[in-house]
Design a protein around this ligand. Sequence first.
Ligand code: HEM
Length: 342
Amino acid sequence: MTKSCFNTSFPLTGKTLSPQLMFHNVASNIICQVLFGRRYDYDDDFIKTIVQCFTENAKLANGPWAMLYDTFPMIRSLPLPFTKAFKNVATCQKIAKRVLAEHKRTRVNGEPRDFVDCYLEELEKRDDTTTFSEEQLSMYALDIHFAGTDTTSNTLLTGFLYLMTHPHIQERCQEEIDRVLEGKDHASFEDRNNMPYVQAVLHEVQRVANTVPLSVFHCATTDTELMGYSIPKGTMIIPNLTSVLHEEGQWKSSHGFNPENFLNDKEEFVKPEAFMPFSAGPRMCLGEGLARMELFLISVTLLRKFKFIWPEDAGKPDYTPVYGVTLTPKPYRMKIQLRERQ
Ligand code: HEM
């Protein structure tokens, strides 16, 4: 988590700012701590290049050029826009290899500092029959880095868009946060148990954000019968999370932004079965725990300190997302004021 987001001398209070890059950097730095045991300054080439490549590839990977690439093998060698996606992967791989080389040089056996050190230690213990390899490690590091950056940041972006444009909901969150955190320096994840309204809002944010609309594609490993349908081995399966997150009958109100979807008559937090932004089954999101922690701690810490305002000259908010592997809100600006109570 970066100091600049939580410092009371946040330099942009009172002015408007574009939060896109900020949230991507925050999410990227958290996963960098897990993978590489360090964070990066926002003007560091490492984070600038990685975040830019991830953001571009999230849109390219299931955009129209990717469809054409998949459908017509004969066009694959042509210099068409999809080549950019491969260039981005190559750039990221080069950076990952540099980080791996540095880890190999500086690591101490038995004292792993992060994911990369743990993997290298395991690799050393294994014989030639293992699937562990340095090539795999650099791909894992990039996969996890990507999976943990674009998802969390786009969910946060959607959240702050709705909180700014529904000020009564933002204020009710702030009242609950002030009450529960009174006398405490920092929020902790356990505090969520005393914040049913904030919990409901963050879950509603995830429902409307629908951040990974088609989950991750899967493949039937055996011939399967499901509800009268036969699914032959090898069939590509594309889960439609958009459908379940908006299914009428599953939600008190399936359209619009309504935290009541996650509150019962006693104003207690409840989680309907249809809430599955992390998908379901044995391959569901590996980072759910981390993501939920990030969404709670970042949102609560920011809301406690700042008021987020939709700028007067910003016109009517447009909630239509930009399509990709992850859905992104259209770029917007926010006005930030230091809250009086702080
Ligand atoms: C709001 C944030 C997030 C959302 C909505 C989200 C959503 C998803 C979804 C829908 C899948 C596909 C699951 C499936 O194939 O059935 C997935 C997979 C995955 N996610 Fe997340 N994710 C989020 C954050 C994170 C974070 C922070 C990490 C970092 C560790 C992460 C790591 C992964 C990985 C590694 C997979 C692949 C798991 C596998 O194939 O076994 N995700 N995520």
